[in-house]
Design a protein. Structure first.
Length: 145
């Protein structure tokens, strides 16, 4: 099973960036946790972080034929990117949307996701643990279908 994990803008700053909101775990530490958990599921992980919308659109387009499913934390692009939504619609790869913080408990502009209705489901608010919960949910769904 091939799973791609896509991380949007500013997630490279995790660990230092607003730790009261996002915690102190770095993205490299989260990647190691996800890779470790994926081994237990016999899943192969492709990992990408980009601060650029176009690079993420390219990565979504590349999912077709290269991934069975995806975990997506689109960060701020969650709330704004019609381009990301269109790319996800075009490829149709099953994905779980995830966030470290609970986006529904934050400012109004963060309470809407451009991609949530396209996702299998969403995990939001469990810090770094959101990645592991989302992985578990995605693997379960992919195995069942
Ligand atoms: C985030 C939530 C977004 O609103 C924010 O722009 C982020 C991170 C999260 O993981 O909690 O950069 O996606």
């Amino acid at each position: 099973m091939r799973i791609t994990v896509l991380n949007g803008p500013n997630l490279n700053l995790l660990g230092h960036r607003e730790p009261e909101v996002y915690g102190r775990t770095t993205l490299a530490e989260i990647e190691a946790m996800v890779r470790d958990a994926a081994r237990g599921h016999a899943a192969e992980i492709t990992w990408l972080q980009s601060n650029h919308e176009g690079a993420l659109v390219d990565a979504v387009q590349a999912l077709k034929g290269s991934a069975d499913g995806a975990l997506i934390n689109a960060a701020a692009l969650t709330h704004s990117s019609l381009a990301l939504r269109d790319a996800l619609l075009a490829v149709g790869t099953p994905f779980v949307e995830l966030h470290l913080s609970n986006i529904f408990a934050r400012e109004p502009e963060r309470r809407h996701s451009m991609i949530a209705d396209l996702a299998i489901g969403m995990v939001t608010g469990f810090g770094a643990q959101s990645y592991l919960l989302a992985l578990q949910a995605l693997v379960g769904r992919l195995r069942a279908t």
